[in-house]
Design a binder for this molecule. Structure first.
Ligand code: SF4
Length: 351
């Protein structure tokens, strides 16, 4: 049975027409559904009885369900959602800087094929792409969590499980439904798609021209270090990735953010910071530094550690001294399985 999240506005209008109902009900229904975080207040939304009956016999509100929920001391909430085929994905909602807002993080695939060595998601391999509706449902669950906490879901980043560029068509359709005025009404600039640097995906996003943000997970300033951390780094070099990101930035007119996870003794030396600054010189991109959340032994059998405070401070100071705009992203979710993939991995009995 289809969930309401599976429909674009045009698809729902077509379905209503096939049922012999007025297509104008589709817009009102979807607005109510998204405003209600995946639920419809039938008392407020007046629809013909015949349409309500068709909807309840042929559609469900949500196809996914919360299987597990973890809450950290800082208010971060991590959800494990089960999908219609029994697969599971993770979504996270984190307190934002403003007290009345939260930021959401959604997954784009079940598992991941990219095999980044420091990542828990990839340890169980790739299973399948998520549909646009399944990504929309994560957004709705997170909006529901935000509402329950008296807050507003302000931003969404596709930075959970999976590589969004390898499921880009569905990711962009989900973004349209989340952002568009007729549906989620989140706003285009509130959405960010993050990639480990799949150049054809960045080019396709440039072509799509949706006015959403791009984040590139670089994690190393040179191809050799990067290839050890991210096997896909062998396919696309850092120069090629940044050139593609630069074209996206030029088209959108807003800085691309460079994500850089500091791993103790791996990519966190002052020399690495100098190389990164040289690489980004003149590009007007911003650097987001991340503290690593340890996930145990990696695919290659290595155990990564987060950088020491002294190394992290020296790294950011070097970047700033060289004119690069850089910030630390606040570390969230201490005390829960905060790194992407950990909760699902735990449910599967792997840890
Ligand atoms: S870091 Fe992202 S792209 Fe890399 S394996 Fe994990 S989920 Fe996949």
């Amino acid at each position: 049975m289809k969930a309401l999240s599976d429909f674009s506005l045009v698809e729902l209008e077509r379905r209503l027409a096939a049922w012999g109902c007025k297509t104008s009900h589709a817009r009102r229904l979807l607005l109510e559904y998204y405003a209600g975080a995946g639920d419809v207040d039938w008392g407020r939304l007046k629809l013909p009885q015949r349409l309500k009956e068709r909807l309840s016999s042929e559609c469900v509100m949500l196809g996914s369900a919360v299987a597990m929920r973890q809450v950290a001391d800082d208010g971060t909430i991590k959800l494990l959602l089960t999908l219609v085929d029994g697969k599971a994905v993770e979504s996270v909602v984190m307190p934002a800087y403003q007290e009345d807002r939260v930021a959401g993080c959604v997954s784009s695939q079940v598992g991941c094929a990219m095999a980044c060595d420091f990542c828990a998601t990839t340890q169980s391999g790739f299973e399948r792409n998520l549909s646009a509706g399944e990504m929309v449902e994560q957004f709705l669950h997170l909006r529901r969590e935000a509402k329950a906490a008296g807050r507003r879901l302000q931003t969404v980043v596709f930075m959970g499980m999976g590589e969004p560029m390898l499921n880009l068509e569905n990711v962009l359709e989900a973004a349209r439904r989340m952002a568009g005025e007729a549906m989620g009404a989140l706003g285009w600039r509130q959405i960010t798609v993050s990639t480990v640097g799949i150049v054809p995906g960045i080019e396709a996003m440039t072509e799509a021209d949706l006015n959403i943000n791009l984040a590139v997970s670089l994690h190393a300033p040179d191809d050799a270090t990067r290839a050890k951390l991210i096997p896909s780094g062998r396919r696309f070099g850092v120069e090629e990735i940044l050139a593609a990101a630069g074209r996206y930035q030029a088209k959108q007119g807003r800085p691309v953010s460079i994500q850089y996870c500091l791993l103790g003794g791996v990519n966190d030396s002052v020399e690495h910071a100098r190389q990164l600054a040289a690489l980004l010189a003149g590009r007007r991109m911003h650097v987001n530094l991340l503290h690593y959340n340890p996930t145990g032994a990696s695919l290659s059998g290595r155990t990564y550690e987060s950088s020491s405070t002294a190394a992290a401070d020296a790294f950011i100071a070097e970047l700033r001294a060289r004119g690069i705009i850089a910030h630390f992203r606040r570390s969230r979710g201490r005390g829960i399985d905060a790194a992407c993939g950990q909760l699902r991995y735990r449910m599967a009995g792997a840890s």
